[in-house]
Design a protein around this ligand. Sequence first.
Ligand code: SAM
Length: 375
Amino acid sequence: MPASGSCIWRFNILYWQALSRWEQATGREYEQALPGGESDARNTEAVHEMILELFRVWDELDARHALPQELYVVELGVGNGGQARTWLDAFAALDRGHGRDYYRRLHYLMGDYSAHVLDRARQTVAHHGDHVNGLVLDATRPLLTLGFLRGKAFCVYISNVYDNLPTDEVASIGGRPYLVEVRAYLRDEDAARIAGQHHIPDSALAAVIERLLRLGPDLLAEAAPERFAEAGHAVTLWRDVWAALRLQERYVPLEGLDAYRLSPSLTGEILRPLLGHGGDIRMHASNGALASFEGTLPLLHPFGRLLCHDLFLTEPAQYHAGFFGPGKYDGSVVNWVNGPLLQLIGNRRGYDVQIAPFSARPGSNVKTLTAQVRD
Ligand SMILES: C[S@@+](CC[C@H](N)C(=O)[O-])C[C@H]1O[C@@H](n2cnc3c(N)ncnc32)[C@H](O)[C@@H]1O
């Protein structure tokens, strides 16, 4: 099946749903697995830059009596809320100096698909009271939940999330297009070892893993106490399976690029200029990132910006020279994001999309993508 449909994404969801269980077991927080060991989202210098730019836009709109009463800022994929806290604390402090009382009008909306993560983030920013709301939502379909914000968000912020969204890969070999299909599997010896360690008959292992993915470690332990005396045992099974999980892949010929559906509104034809004529190449379709990006643009106020820190490729030719995922970060999946594809789509929709080095750490693999309505 295409990689976006693989069960590795169910493991990825489980990781965020049951994050504290995983962290308890490993003794380390998820941020330590991010590039640089902590989220760039918390870099104060970059946050100040972003807020001062917002103030500039708001001052200008205010001077023309065009500034709405409610000032919306959205963050998607909030993790532990560290970015939200850094941002809101800085906002409140800078606003005091700026003297326009924007903080009073500010609504900071935090969206994440993990209720557990969202709870943690809410606690982190509890001191900002009613200025913050948390919403359970799927970042690949932001309009479903945030449709009421269409045209109103001054900033949509998303960091280290696009690289964590499902993606397929397509290839051009000898000038012919292929879809890369994958199958997640355990080698026989790994399956036998894991089954033995957890006292599960070999023939039942697949069904137990399926239940783990469906229920999570806590409910699984409740549902099968004879096998898992406590949730921690189910977490050990989860970690053992994840560590041993591998991907097999094959190249399936496509009748043409238009035979591949990249998103509900786009076929693989859009990839043609990126696949180029420079020899064999394989690249991410970045389906999840693309869906999120396309769904987020309509939320932006005409003077609003989408701001995204992530592992972006900036040139299709980079795909000739390296491996960019899928890979494992602790319990989650990571793929670099096809930046030129997002730029292409954004440009077609009338947005200016730039990908620049992350100003606070220019040498880093993390880049900053910004999108705003073209002048
Ligand atoms: C690597 S963390 C990044 C957290 C934070 N932005 C940072 O930079 O530290 C990814 C976050 O995205 C969330 N996430 C992943 N896929 C999502 C989806 N489809 N919809 C909503 N949230 C998602 C996870 O729950 C997690 O909070």
